[in-house]
Ligand binder design. Structure first.
Ligand code: CA
Length: 253
């Protein structure tokens, strides 16, 4: 939902910027105490009392598009939960590609719990009982770290019209849709997008992408360009991005 910016809304906006936190915890007292403490700090808070409800809230938030960014900036997840436990929920979220920071809570606090929690993709781990100050500090640190990495990802992205390439994530989107590229295709596109309009000969491309020891012939380049065109161009036989420069090679844009 878009926010209307009015002077009155400034304080509210500042609060919104702190982030939205989802607490999945079955013990009511802990859940409510956590929610209150975080709200006092200026976070927006949603709660779920079991794993199923937590998953429901998370799935709603992952249906987000460009117009509505993901709903939660941080998830606090208890380990032992009815229906779906914290480990499975965490595993599910990571499997679905969510990168939302997860702080896991556990009553047991054995080293094994901690290790398993981090292995399934939690970012941090806190053992009950814990102090609220400790929890708030951990939340802040997680959010800060996540924002920094999001910013880096955004800043390092290469964009050309509808194509966006994220070098650190080895990911490409076109018209907002994820494209599956092989490692070679990805590296060719990255090279092209880093040097828009520069003409590359087949030999130069082989040298840069396959390396000087490559024994195949330059037809390999043509094959890879064709595959890339099939994945990126609306009409691969009339390419708009990957252009042939007759007698020289290829250029991008
Ligand atoms: Ca529990």
């Amino acid at each position: 939902m878009p926010l209307t910016i009015t002077p009155e809304a400034t304080r509210f906006q500042q609060e919104v910027k702190l982030g939205r936190v989802l607490i999945v915890e079955d013990e009511e007292l802990i859940r409510e105490t956590l929610a209150l403490a975080l709200m006092e700090e200026g976070y927006e808070v949603a709660t779920a009392e079991d794993g199923r409800k937590g998953l429901e809230l998370l799935s709603k938030s992952s249906e987000s598009t460009y117009a509505s960014p993901p709903t939660f900036d941080l998830v606090i997840l208890d380990l032992m939960l009815p229906y779906i436990n914290g480990l499975d929920l965490c595993r599910l979220m990571r499997h679905e590609g969510s990168s939302v920071p997860i702080l896991m809570l556990s009553a047991k606090g054995t080293e094994t719990d901690r290790v398993v929690g981090l292995e399934v993709g939690a970012d941090d781990y806190l053992t009950k009982p814990f102090g609220m100050r400790e929890l708030i500090a951990r939340c802040r640190a997680l959010l800060r770290r996540h924002r920094r990495s999001q910013l880096q990802t955004q800043e390092s992205a290469l964009r050309f019209h509808e194509i966006v390439l994220y070098p650190q994530e080895c990911r490409v989107t076109i018209r907002g849709e994820e494209v599956n590229l092989s490692p070679k295709e990805f590296r060719i596109l990255e090279l092209f997008m880093s040097h828009p309009r520069r003409v590359w000969s087949r030999e130069q491309l082989i040298e840069r992408i396959w390396g000087p020891d490559f024994m195949g012939d330059s037809k390999t380049v043509d094959v890879h360009i064709r595959w890339l065109r099939e994945k990126l161009e609306l009409d691969p036989s009339h390419p708009e991005y990957l252009l042939t420069v007759r007698g020289f090679g290829y250029r991008f844009g």
